[in-house]
Design a protein around this ligand. Sequence first.
Ligand code: PEP
Length: 262
Amino acid sequence: MIIAGNWKMNPNQAAANALLEAFAAHRNIFQPDCQALCFPPACYYAMAAQKLAGTAMQWGAQNCHQEQAGAYTGEISAQMIADMGGRWVIIGHSERRQYFGETDNLIMEKIDAARAAGLRPILCVGEPEEVRLKGGQDDFVQGQMAASLENIIKMSLADQKTALEKLVIAYEPVWAIGTGKVASLQNIAEMHQGLCDKLIALFGAGLPEKNVPILYGGSVNSQNAADILAIDKVSGALVGGASLEADGFFAIYQAAIENRPN
Ligand code: PEP
């Protein structure tokens, strides 16, 4: 299980400090087989590195640039995140696709950059509401995933295995993000099964033994987490709003612990 908190462009410095201190103070609840993650804005990387040192909670970035270095004003490379102690990076979040025009091809390049820097990428896929209303959600999200993994698809089996060991997918229906509308348990189960089947179709023998974890994201909170995390192919949650309150995050984390596979 993986529980990941995406802070987005929140909170202010004092609140970020308080949140990280709460995580550090409750370090004993974090279990090795249930990975807790937080994704602060870049201005708090140093704070996260310092406060989470010695805890089992890891942190990552909400985005990275596809190049290693250069004249890209305002951008941050995957290597810089790794140098600061970050271990993860969210790639292709629907807000990056929507507001920053990120395409599947760019997302593929960012996954390559993350891998080159030793970061674990969380690739986000999800359908907008209009696609779901027309019933095209399976092809849409599976198409996003396949297009973003094209470079991994072309690798040798041995390299694929290494790349897939580090990869995490997050299924986040766009209409459920930050809206309070949660996909039904049946919808989540179907979408995760579809993504799982697609990974098998794409990689077959290249898949690691425990397969690639697929997280659900979209208005997960302390009330609905237990039901969502009990779904067979759900390996955790990517949580936005509810991850900004320590108690909310801990409650979701607790639900994950209770739903760990045996
Ligand atoms: C997200 O930011 O990825 C997300 C799922 O947000 P929320 O939990 O607020 O819907």
